[in-house]
Design a protein around this ligand. Structure first.
Ligand code: SAM
Length: 275
């Protein structure tokens, strides 16, 4: 008997993956958590029926959340990750020697616990001495920490359930206030095929708060449509004004100094969403 996991990415369209084994299937305080072994993508973390990360393609998303923003800020020392309980973004942040402290705030400790156990290659940085892991609502944390961070990264689930507040103008204002005077933030902002309005609305809201707003994209095969966007809001530094010759070749498989600016070149139908 074959077992398949299907994610309905819209009410009438989805992806399906053949399962070898189910490690965890648990209703946590905040969401349904499944950790499964798939034939194609290896170990897969699923929250509320949505693919969060997989052994095979995780590097794309985690590198693209971390490196464009960390190579735009000239000297990032204190970094906050909202969400990101699988640890992938933290692992990438630790490749930057300028970072003295990386704080991870995820609302669900079970994501952290099971990621450490079943996704060791992704969660490997969570025990680094430079890392502080806090189990809390990122929305609350942001409002309790003003003028504190050089960079804030929002690696949250979709705007449903516990993450619904993480896509609001009030949250972006809170991020602005939690950043230092030359701080930058980046957030995952979903896909233009199935959630064009989300991208357009986030762009509108971030532009009301930050003077510099840029959108870039990457190919994440297990995310809805595979074309994934990220929105950067900056108080001072523009990612398109970075001198790529100053970006080192580090241990990555997707991001590179050559890709830094190229990622901001959007297909026209996406440009039209963020004009
Ligand atoms: N890369 C994935 C994506 O783009 O959908 C996100 C992966 S990461 C596992 C998402 C994390 O956001 C989850 O661990 C979830 O617990 C966390 N999260 C959701 N709402 C949150 C909130 N209000 N504060 C902090 N973390 C939150």
């Amino acid at each position: 008997m074959e077992l398949w996991f299907t994610e309905k990415q819209t009410p009438t369209y989805g992806i399906t993956a053949k399962i070898k084994e189910t490690y965890v299937s648990e209703q946590t305080e905040f969401q349904k958590l499944d950790m499964i072994e798939t034939e194609e993508f290896g170990t897969m973390l699923v929250l509320d029926g949505m693919v969060m990360t997989t052994d095979k393609d995780e590097f794309v998303y985690h590198e693209m959340v971390a490196h464009p923003v960390l190579y735009t800020h000239p000297n990032p020392k204190k970094v906050l990750v909202v969400g990101g309980g699988d640890g992938g973004v933290i692992r990438e942040i630790l490749k930057h020697p300028s970072v003295e402290k990386a704080v991870l705030v995820d609302i669900d400790g079970k994501v952290i616990e099971y990621s450490k156990k079943y996704l060791p290659n992704i969660a490997c940085g969570l025990d680094d001495p430079r890392v502080e892991v806090i189990v809390n609502d990122g929305f609350m944390h942001i409002h309790d920490h003003k003028n504190e961070y050089d960079v804030v990264m929002v690696d949250s689930t979709e705007p449903v359930g516990p993450a619904v507040n993480l896509f609001t103008r009030g949250f972006y204002q809170g991020i602005y206030d939690s950043l230092k005077e030359d701080g930058i933030f980046v957030a995952q902002t979903d896909n233009p095929w199935f959630t064009p309005d989300l991208i357009a609305n986030v762009n509108r809201d971030v532009k009301e708060v930050f003077p510099i707003v840029r959108v870039f994209w990457a190919n994440v095969p297990t995310y809805p449509s595979g074309l994934w966007t990220f929105t950067m809001g900056s108080k001072k530094y523009d990612p398109l004004e970075v001198d790529e010759s100053g970006i080192p070749e580090i241990d990555t498989k997707y991001y590179s100094p050559r890709l830094h600016k190229a990622a901001f070149v959007l297909p026209k139908f996406v440009e039209d969403l963020v004009k």
